[in-house]
Design a binder for this molecule. Sequence first.
Ligand SMILES: [Zn+2]
Length: 502
Amino acid sequence: MPQPGVQAQTPALFEIENAIVADYARRTPGGHLSSMRLHITLMFVFLCTGGCPHVLAAPKNMILIIGDGLDDQHVTMGRNYLAGMSGELRMDQLPFRASVQVETLSPQGEPRYVADSANTATALATGAVTSIGRIATDIEDNDLPTIAEAALSAGLRVGLVTTSSLTDATPAAFLSHVSARSCEGPEEILGSTYYGIALPACPTDALENSGPGSIVEQLVTSGAQVLLGGGEKFLRQQTVDGNTVAELALSEGFLIIDRDTQLEALSAPQRLLGAFDDETLEVRWRGTKARVAESPQVSWLHHISDYLGEVTEPEPMNCELNPDYADTPSLAAMSRAALHQLAFDNPRGFFLMIESASIDKQSHERNPCGSIGEIEQLEETLALAMNFADSHPDTAIIVTADHAQAAQILPEPSLYARYPIPLYSPGRTARVRTPEGGMLRINYATNNGFSEEHTGANVPLFSNRVIAPWLKPFLRQREVYQAMSRFLFGPPPAPNKDGAEN
Ligand SMILES: [Zn+2]
């Protein structure tokens, strides 16, 4: 792992020394430069025993915000609803924007064009392309070092915040290594089922077989400062020595918090572990009376011929507050608590990954209001991060998605509405009234089953100026990892016409 603090800052020490010596030489012609230099050097050696070069540098902070499934269709849905067609989202106000190609491999190493959150989080966290379902492991099952682990090694603090289970694929890939995303807890690592279908086990990763343990066991022993999200059920599971994962976390020095904890009243610095729901946190919004996208209704005549009969599109809906959201901590509230813990009295800096997870999960469920509410949560969190960066200048912010999703915005009415034939999308459609008085017609048509699928388009990336010089307008997902690593650990970038002034 690179040790950037020392490599990057030691030259700065000598630059300061040289500047003082040069200044002394200018002011005192004929002065004893060699003895002056010796005195300065001794002074720095005296002052800097124990890692002074880091003290001289401003802390570097990296905030990576991942909107799971936040492709351009979702960004546009969010803008149309939250800001209006001619308005701007917070992410639109960031000065640099790129398009990111998502790469995926088959288990045999052939290209695949549609990803999942495990292999894409692995690309962002490790810079390596792997196959669907893998958590920071390559297709040969070798562990891939992550940027969060490199940050911990370099003395930075690390935090993961998500609206999903802490053990879900996106957070998992930053601080754990298993062959399958389903190996979330000590029970699942030996095999589990989902609706009666067997999920992959990770026998060689199990502690019973001298592996590193399940995802949750690896997370709580990783050295992270802050872990906030869902997945409480995994903390109740027993580890191989008979203790619960929660007890393991306590022995690692974590303060375990719950919904009764006043997040804003927590003192710092301390290690925080909060799982505020059994699995995924409830989402903020839903459609009218929990409606999601629906199939159009066709008259019996239409079954005889595509050119006959009538079609009735689903009734319009509004977005409303999901009553189950209730006292669920918001993504912004969790992120505020994380920033407080990570930044307090911290001369070294931090790496913080924040995920708005249910943009994707609600798109799987064909629930556009659910997705838009989680885009609003991401926007609030971005506003918080931008405010933080205003007062902490060396703070890089990247907002990106892991992969594209199923939703697409259709014309309302259809561009061919004047043709005298019943036209409708073969998928499911939701017609959402927007606050500015429009009708947002959202369609899901990746399959006819119980859950929509991811899609294969590029995803957007937005950043502030701090990290823009390491980025370029077209990137592979693994290059986002490289940019973050070079920002945190590497030397300053060479001038980059594409990135520097955008
Ligand atoms: Zn998904």
